[in-house]
Design a protein around this ligand. Structure first.
Ligand code: SF4
Length: 342
């Protein structure tokens, strides 16, 4: 076990705790034993190259991978219910009543491409007010008033008039804002955001990120934020989990991770980032080689074919276990972490 002390206040009790999550698509495992937790008012960023399992992990929490995928093992413990006992979402029917009741007021998701998430045949107003009437029991009038407030809150001008608009009548930035408003319609305790600003121009992206940060602060909402933009991580995250080939290879508070990345993959990802205090970090640097296919996972440490620090006879043979710092704030999955954690 590594020794490290950061002197931080204890992290609040989690709203969501994921333990040993595995998700398979046919014979291939896209998520291979993932653990993390998120507390109210905190933002966990999931980062990594495409194909590392970030989106699948997030969708699995919402139980949105079926029918193509399947949660094959692990627990998704939800502490946001009435009972003191956590509810294991992995054990629920993904289309059953409990999961449906949870989506909306418990957890909601915003996606990279709003056109695929918004209904083309229902107005923005209908998409906003229906969940409020269903989950919150609001009257039509009360739901409409709340919808107008929400649209104003996410920065949509002339919000009352927008209630009758369809998605295709809005600009890209406005659609993204409308989708955020819909996700927030029932005041979810957990917001899952999957690259929600990637398709936006820089100005709109900054506005949407500011808005999300404000909402986390004001509403005490927890957020799982998926991104490949390290600038966004630095701006928004409390904690960051780096994923590679279906596993979290390093997890730490954001500042610690940027300041002292331990895992060679994290170090490679951050190589182009001078410092949190320096100029705004650039996007992820390209790393030598490609992410291997799930159908042909390398033996030993799956990162070894791309790792500059791989030790022959060890890294190409043995799968490294996860180790944690004494305070539990950082975990790393690497045989040689003691040798070169900088
Ligand atoms: Fe590199 Fe070996 Fe650590 Fe894997 S276990 S990241 S190959 S040093």
């Amino acid at each position: 076990m590594m020794s490290e002390h950061t002197g931080r206040d204890p992290v609040p009790q989690p709203l969501l705790r994921v333990e040993g999550l595995r998700v398979a698509f046919g014979p291939y495992e896209a998520v291979r034993g993932v653990d993390f937790s998120i507390a109210p008012g905190r933002v966990l960023c999931l980062v990594g190259e495409s194909g590392c399992g970030k989106s699948v992990t997030a969708r699995a929490v919402m139980r949105l991978v079926e029918p193509a995928g399947r949660v094959t093992a692990g627990r998704i413990l939800w502490h946001g219910g009435e009972s003191a006992e956590a509810m294991d979402l992995a054990a629920l029917d993904s289309r059953g009543r409990d999961m449906r009741a949870l989506r909306g007021p418990g957890m909601a998701m915003i996606f990279q491409e709003p056109m695929s998430a918004l209904s083309p045949v229902h107005t923005i107003g209908e998409q906003l007010t229906e969940p409020m009437r269903l989950h919150l029991g609001l009257s039509r009038k009360a739901a409409e008033e709340r919808a107008v407030d929400l649209l104003a809150r996410v920065g949509i001008p002339n919000p009352r008039a927008r209630l009758s608009a369809y998605a295709f009548q809005l600009s890209g930035g406005m659609r993204q804002r409308a989708m955020i408003a819909i996700a927030l319609a029932c005041s979810p305790k957990l917001l899952i955001a999957d690259e929600p600003t990637t398709a936006l121009d820089v100005t709109t992206q900054a506005q949407v990120l500011d808005l999300l940060a404000e909402l986390v602060r004001e509403l005490g909402m927890a957020m799982l934020f998926i991104t490949h933009d390290l600038g966004v991580v630095a701006q928004l995250g409390d904690e960051v989990a780096v994923m590679y080939l279906g596993r979290i290879v390093e997890r730490a508070p954001v500042f610690d991770l940027f300041d002292r990345p331990h895992h060679p993959y994290t170090q490679a990802l951050l190589r182009s980032v001078p410092s949190l205090r320096g100029p705004r970090p650039r996007r992820l640097a390209a790393i030598e080689g490609l992410v291997p296919s799930l159908a042909a996972l390398p033996p030993g440490c799956v990162f070894h074919p791309r790792c500059e620090r791989a030790a022959a006879g060890l890294c190409d043979r043995d799968d490294p276990a996860e180790t944690a710092t004494a305070d539990g704030l950082r975990t790393v999955r690497c045989h040689r972490v003691e040798a070169f954690a900088s």
